[in-house]
Write a protein that binds this ligand. Sequence first.
Ligand SMILES: NC(=O)c1ccc[n+]([C@@H]2O[C@H](COP(=O)([O-])OP(=O)(O)OC[C@H]3O[C@@H](n4cnc5c(N)ncnc54)[C@H](O)[C@@H]3O)[C@@H](O)[C@H]2O)c1
Length: 353
Amino acid sequence: MRIGIVGAGWMGHEHTTAWRNNAPRGTVVAVADASSERARHLAGTLPDADVRTFADLPAMLSDGEIDAVDICLPHHLHTQAILQAARAGVAILCEKPVCTTLDDAATIGATLAETGVTFMAAHNQLFQPSLVEAKRLLASGALGRPFVIRSIEAVQNRGFVTGKVPIDLGGGESPWAWRADKAKMGGGEVLDTGWHATYRLLALADERPIEVVAMTDRFHVKQLDVEDTGVVMVRFASGAIGEILTSWAFAPVGGWHFEVGAQHGSLAGSRTRLVHQLHGWTEAVEIANEPAHTFTDEVAHFLDVVQRGAPSQATFADAARVLQVTMAIYASAEQKRIIALPEDPVVPGEPVA
Ligand SMILES: NC(=O)c1ccc[n+]([C@@H]2O[C@H](COP(=O)([O-])OP(=O)(O)OC[C@H]3O[C@@H](n4cnc5c(N)ncnc54)[C@H](O)[C@@H]3O)[C@@H](O)[C@H]2O)c1
């Protein structure tokens, strides 16, 4: 499959590594970025000397040489890019968040249905080995009915001050610069890093969220005029209670990403560990794993979905549901009320009377 990357920044580089790790099933043949320097820099990291570079997505699409586009753009550009790619008939892998408003989600959903192109949300942490194993354990029924599910994504973010990125992007603006502009960011930390915590919670629960209540605040990142921390509770249809803790203000001790308290036992998972213990048993069972490059597994899954028709683990509806929960978090924090979520994920929640 011939791949075009749009957005040759931080994620453009991570995804390119992932595509290289999946070669030759998918090959990056084109890179588009508003900065020609950045596009050339990313193309230069690829083994094929003929990688073409473009100033934007429409130019890359009209060249007609790609089968799929990998969208790694700032948030405010996702909707337009998805619509352009869908109308050009190419498969789409798109970084989170799918878009920043539910109106946009409705338009995207209708366009994907009309064009029939494959869309997958780039929810890379679904491929964390400890989460994959936890989902398997829960689905087996070994722990019984889940009562409480907690998802944590928190780090002290110093990027807004230092502008540092872990990767050489070949010059240009820091990835934190556009995040400080709400018109480009579309929200705050909950929409950005908190997105991972939300889709992880939904993946662990594997059922419909029906109510959301939240508090948010800005404790640490002075460059934001929106929140840098969210504490959220989510009620699921079965009655299970979910919790989201997400922050750019602090890193919690222990590195846990999720915990589940269930009828017969409990589990907790981090990037490299899954621990579970049945109630009444004296010993916990621990499974260790090497840190995974989850983007590589995400791209492998996208290839399975497009090339082999595998059921997608991150459909448009899944991404829209994450957005619906995120918007309910903002509504709840602002109105200090519980928000009920309709079944259709592109319809906004309403305050519980
Ligand atoms: N999954 C993760 O762990 C993770 C981590 C970081 C970022 N992200 C997501 O990846 C996306 C990109 O974030 P980033 O940190 O890589 O940002 P970035 O600023 O590093 O990269 C964005 C790139 O888009 C380019 N660009 C801007 N406008 C453009 C246009 N109109 N046409 C073409 N190129 C344009 C910029 O020049 C820049 O190179 C965001 O959606 C973000 O939330 C995901």
